[in-house]
Design a protein. Structure first.
Length: 524
């Protein structure tokens, strides 16, 4: 098998995007020596804040604000701590060196109350939105919209925004490109905390999507998602958290997921935590992470999923989607996922399409799955696939560790262990040896390369981490030294896998491909 992933160009694109925004921020505010010198506007609800009126133009209402034609370099201040009722709808046209900026000024964040409608609807290019709070009437109390809609925009920076009380998405990015989203806290919304659709070249970073329960009016499709990217390309989701979403989806059927993408290409999800997400009673999904229908050339790495009602990591393909192909899940953790959703487990593969060619070329390596409720790896009865490779993973659980029918997948060099004194099994086979002899799984060049042995993790195997910047402190899942797993991993390059990562889950360098360890920890 050969897995030619070409994501270096995508990563360069992300770095360039961050640099572009940084330069724009640093250059904003310089004075232009012409008739179009940038203006400062102060939108205030009361006269309590003293303002030097010689340097700003006072704006007394949202209606007045929307009548102004803003120019490149202008800054729009909203009175901090005050409430502005209504929808702010603006077309902003800044310049790369002089973006238009919207932000709070004074004590606390300014609050834009959209009530039953949107709070903020923006179009245009080269602008920044920072340090605002957006609220709606509530997903069941009259609001029927998204909170913040960015539509048809490019070169935009959104930072430090709180969004709650909207029936659809908290933040919805549509038909846009070159967008940086940072420090957005979306909670108490209905359908999705943060959504992106038909967009490209974007970064979603340091965001929190929590307690987005479901859309009470959506009785035909999933709702209650944390972060969702669809129909997009070149998107990085980095150091984000999704938790306690989906608990009030008003239907039984396909359900929400904490962080996921569909019909998209070149997506990277890294250093994220998705935990304790839920679905409706009797519903499906409710998982941590998901590469869903039509996803291609994408990577999930250095992520943590735990105690989700659905699968920790889903590889799903629905009928009618573009082909699902060339995706990686590596150096990730799943702890006790899938306890509630029927059929789910730590890693869960499902292909709702008619052909195995619709779900191809997946590489799942150097992950750790610990599960006391469900199998570590589950193949749904409809799980036809081609060239799905699972290698150098560490699977720890009870009873059956691998479940479901066989198709085009191959297990090579994985390590299995038990959580109690009971025997473990593999797809109905009572031992790894029987499974390997009957199906050729865990065999390479005629030799048995899978192992059943105690990896001697440092433990205890419990977890409470909620901060993505503390993932490297999860020492319980490191190997004790001496470890029987030292230098025992399969050389992945020799089985056709290229473009491997430079570090393990903890940031330790991987310098010798001939002597790696299974799991997420590299002993140096």
């Amino acid at each position: 098998m050969n897995y030619p992933y070409h994501l270096n160009q995508t990563i360069v694109c992300f770095c360039f995007l961050l640099l572009t925004f940084s330069i724009g921020c640093n250059q904003h505010g310089k004075n232009r020596q012409d008739k179009n010198t940038p203006q400062n506007y102060f939108v205030r609800a009361t006269d309590s804040d003293a303002v030097d009126e010689s340097n700003v133009q006072i704006v007394h209402s949202i209606k007045s604000l929307q009548s102004i034609r803003f120019q490149a370099g202008d800054t729009i201040f909203f009175q901090g701590g005050q409430v502005f009722e209504g929808t702010i709808q603006l077309l902003l046209k800044g310049a790369p060196e002089d973006p238009i900026v919207l932000l709070s000024k004074g004590r606390g964040k300014a609050i834009i109350d959209g009530k039953n409608n949107e709070a903020l609807k923006l179009q245009g290019h080269n602008f920044q939105v920072k340090n605002l709070q957006l609220i709606g009437a509530g997903r069941k109390n009259g609001n029927i919209t998204n909170g913040f809609i960015l539509d048809g925009a490019h070169d935009v920076w959104i930072d430090s925004i709180q969004i709650s009380g909207f029936q659809k998405s908290g933040l919805a990015v549509l038909n846009s490109f070159n967008v940086l989203i940072r420090n957005v806290h979306a909670m108490g919304n209905g359908a999705i905390g943060i959504s992106m659709d038909h967009s490209k070249n974007a970064v979603i970073q340091d965001c929190l999507a929590e307690d987005n329960p479901g859309d009470p009016t959506n009785l035909t499709n999933h709702s209650g998602n944390g972060i969702l990217v669809g129909n997009s390309k070149n998107v990085l989701i980095d150091h984000c958290v999704a938790t306690n979403n989906g608990w009030d989806m008003p239907r039984v059927g396909n359900g929400p997921v904490g962080i996921w993408t569909y019909q998209s290409d070149s997506i990277i999800i890294q250093y994220c935590i998705s935990y304790k997400n839920k679905t409706s009673e009797g519903g499906k999904d409710g998982g941590g992470f998901d590469f869903d229908g039509g996803v291609s050339n994408s990577i999930m790495q250095y992520c943590l999923s735990y105690e989700n009602e659905g699968a920790g990591y889903g590889l799903f393909q629905y009928s009618g989607a573009d082909n699902w192909s060339n995706n990686i899940i590596r150096y990730c953790l799943s702890i006790d996922d899938g306890a509630k959703t029927e059929g789910a487990g730590g890693i869960f593969l499902w292909n709702g399409g008619a052909s195995s060619s619709e779900l191809t070329n997946a590489f799942i390596h150097n992950n750790v799955v610990v599960n006391q409720h469900k199998p570590c790896v589950v193949f749904e009865p409809a799980s036809k696939n081609e060239n799905v490779l699972l290698a150098n993973n560490l699977f720890i659980g009870k009873q059956e560790l691998v479940s479901g029918p066989t198709s085009g997948e191959k297990f090579i060099g994985n390590v299995y262990w038990r959580l109690d004194d009971q025997a473990i099994s593999f797809r109905g086979f009572k031992s790894l040896k029987d499974w390997a002899e009957s199906t050729k799984q865990e065999k390479w060049n005629g030799k048995l390369v899978g192992k059943v042995l105690n990896p001697r993790l440092k433990g205890p195997l419990t977890i409470k981490t909620t901060d993505p910047y503390q993932l490297d402190q999860l020492t319980a899942y490191q190997l004790q030294e001496p470890s029987p797993l030292k230098d025992s991993g399969i050389n992945l390059e020799k089985i056709g896998v290229i473009n491997l990562p430079p570090t393990d889950f903890y940031g330790n360098p991987i310098t010798d491909r001939n002597s790696t360890e299974p799991g997420i920890y590299e002993i140096n």
